[in-house]
Design a protein around this ligand. Structure first.
Ligand SMILES: [Zn+2]
Length: 201
């Protein structure tokens, strides 16, 4: 990878041997290894010993999980907040594991829609809840930094399974609870943002 980065620097018109850039290939490799470490993660190990059987069937919500990912179209960051909710049937996931789960899928080359779906589908698969909902709101630097006109660099995506998909009241309850936070999600004009990174440029 370091050779490729050295070549990239040269292609950009830089001198890869100058002092400030000498260790850049090593640093960039280390950064990319970390930012894509989700490929090597084992979901069952991440969730190890954190699935509990409970007699509880109210909505569980974890809001405002910070995440950072890389868009697969430009390999530039997109980042923001993730909100996860589910209604247990027999099992719950330890609350601290949910941000870990988000990281596993965020630390890959992604598109926001797939990332959102993968988080929801994994919770669905692992604990078979009555429903699961994931909402992600993110700023895409590939849009913001490149100054692509008439495109919103902010996008909101959601994935809803089970009760959240089938029952409008459950879905509304979740969206209302997100809104209670004040600021952030719930500024309804933002929910209309289109897909940020369309990957055609
Ligand atoms: Zn992009």
């Amino acid at each position: 990878m370091q050779d490729a980065i050295r070549q990239l620097l040269a292609e950009l018109g830089e001198d890869p041997t100058r002092e400030g850039l000498r260790d850049t290939p090593k640093r960039v490799e280390k950064a990319y290894r970390f930012l894509t470490s989700g490929y090597d993660a084992d979901i069952d190990r991440v969730l190890n010993n954190a699935l509990f059987t409970v007699d509880y069937s109210e909505m569980v919500i974890v809001k405002d999980i910070d995440f950072y990912s890389l868009c697969e179209h430009h390999m530039l960051p997109f980042f923001g907040k993730c909100h996860v909710a589910y209604i247990p049937s027999t099992k719950v996931i330890g609350l601290s594991k949910i941000p870990r789960l988000v990281d596993v899928f965020a630390r890959r080359l992604q598109v926001q829609e797939r990332l959102t779906n993968q988080i929801a589908a994994t919770i669905h698969d692992k604990i078979a809840p009555l429903g699961v909902a994931v909402v992600m709101e993110a700023t895409h630097l590939c849009m913001a930094m490149r100054g692509v006109e008439k495109q919103n660099s902010f996008a909101v995506t959601s994935a809803m399974f089970g009760a959240f998909r089938d029952n409008a009241r459950t879905r509304m309850e979740f969206l209302e609870l997100l809104r209670l936070r004040g600021g952030g999600f719930g500024a309804t004009d933002r929910t209309a943002a289109g897909l940020a990174c369309v990957g055609d440029e």
